[in-house]
Design a protein around this ligand. Structure first.
Ligand SMILES: [Zn+2]
Ligand SMILES: [Zn+2]
Length: 363
């Protein structure tokens, strides 16, 4: 590893002279000596010291005279500027640099309140939008009157119907035309054999060295040039083998039954419905509904192989306010029965949705 000494440069803080040789301890222009504020740097052109001169440098940093503040050679026992003894001074070039860095890192007032001022209008804007949304969509009370009531009822009818079914278990007692056969019910993974399987294992191989040059500040007006090498690696792969099990799918047979059996199957839905005061709905116009005030269940006229399935019902009240805006709400049969045409009703609404009728919450 080659090691070369290069003379650094410094700037005189007193007269402003730039690029003075690091080994020139006083400014050639104003005679101001190197002091605590002196910082060595490398010039564009690297001036290497002759070998016999170079051996005297890079041995230790310059020391700072505690009395006059000037920098002195590492080996000097007295200050070249004022003659003070070295043993009465403790600081050196590197300590000056550390102090300089600490002073730069310290106070720096943080300019942060600016951000807050930018966020404030944004928050106010969001709150304003939320307030508008709340104002528009908040529940409101509306004085209305009942204009109509409708009702709908339905009964599902199921018929006992013969169906063809398949089953892996023994057919029920009432099954007819039973047949059975062997069939594949599922597949099972069975170990067939073992196989050698190749796989790649990565490893690093030294590919060569990257060299680069670094310059270390010796703190005595010189720099040491150091050639550094860094190993560079590349990834290679080697093939290795492992034994892995290989499976095959083995069919599992079972007895599959097939038979006819009677099951309850949905066959039809019977409906009834009515609009109490106005032929307002499509159903009335289409003749499906009559104008009937009293709800009734439709006649199912069950046949010998039929039964009732589920029942369903729906009761709707219609309202209008002074401005002619209409509302409707599905309610329980009990609530529906309490209202008749032209009755005054206090609604709580949110948009066009009815939340409560005369204080009674509806879901
Ligand atoms: Zn000067
Ligand atoms: Zn001195």
């Amino acid at each position: 590893m080659a090691k070369k000494i290069i003379e650094g440069l410094w700037d005189c803080p007193y007269c402003g002279q730039k690029g003075i040789g690091g080994l020139t301890k006083s400014c050639p222009n104003c005679a101001h000596p190197q002091d605590a504020g002196t910082k060595f740097y490398l010039g564009e052109k690297k001036e290497y010291l002759e070998e016999d001169k170079a051996k005297d440098y890079g041995k230790g940093a310059d020391w700072t005279c505690a009395f006059c503040g000037s920098l002195n050679r590492h080996g000097n026992t007295n200050c070249a500027n004022c003659g003070a003894q070295r043993e009465d001074s403790s600081g050196d070039y590197f300590e000056n640099r550390r102090k300089e860095q600490a002073a730069q890192a310290k106070p720096q007032p943080q300019p942060q309140p600016k951000k807050k001022r930018k966020i404030a209008p944004l928050i106010i804007g969001i709150l304003a939008i939320l307030a508008i949304i709340f104002f528009v969509t908040r529940p409101k009370d509306k004085a209305t009157t009942v204009i109509d009531k409708t009702w709908q009822r339905a009964i599902d009818v199921e018929a006992l119907t013969p169906v063809r079914e398949q089953s892996w278990s023994t057919p029920p007692q009432d099954a007819r035309n039973v047949s059975s056969r062997r069939a594949i019910r599922t597949y099972e993974q069975v170990l067939d054999h073992y196989e050698e399987e190749a796989y790649e294992v990565p490893y690093d191989v030294l590919d060569g060295y990257d060299t680069y040059t670094e310059y270390e500040d010796n703190g005595d007006g010189t720099f040491t040039e150091v050639e550094r090498e860094e190993p560079r690696y590349r990834t290679e792969y080697r093939t290795e083998y492992r034994t892995v099990p290989v499976y095959r799918d083995e069919p599992v047979y079972d007895t599959l039954y097939e038979y006819d059996i009677d099951r309850w199957v949905h066959s039809r839905t019977e409906r009834s419905g009515g609009s109490c005061y106005e032929p307002r709905s499509e159903q009335v116009r289409a003749g499906e509904w009559s104008v009937e005030a009293e709800p009734y269940w439709p006649d199912t006229r069950l046949g010998g192989n039929e039964r009732e399935g589920g029942r369903s019902e729906e009761y709707i009240l219609y309202f209008t306010d002074a401005k002619g805006k209409s509302y409707s709400a599905e309610v329980s049969e009990d609530l529906w029965n309490r209202y008749s045409r032209d009755k005054s009703v206090e609604l709580e609404v949110q948009g066009s949705r009815v939340l409560a009728i005369d204080g009674v919450r509806i879901s």
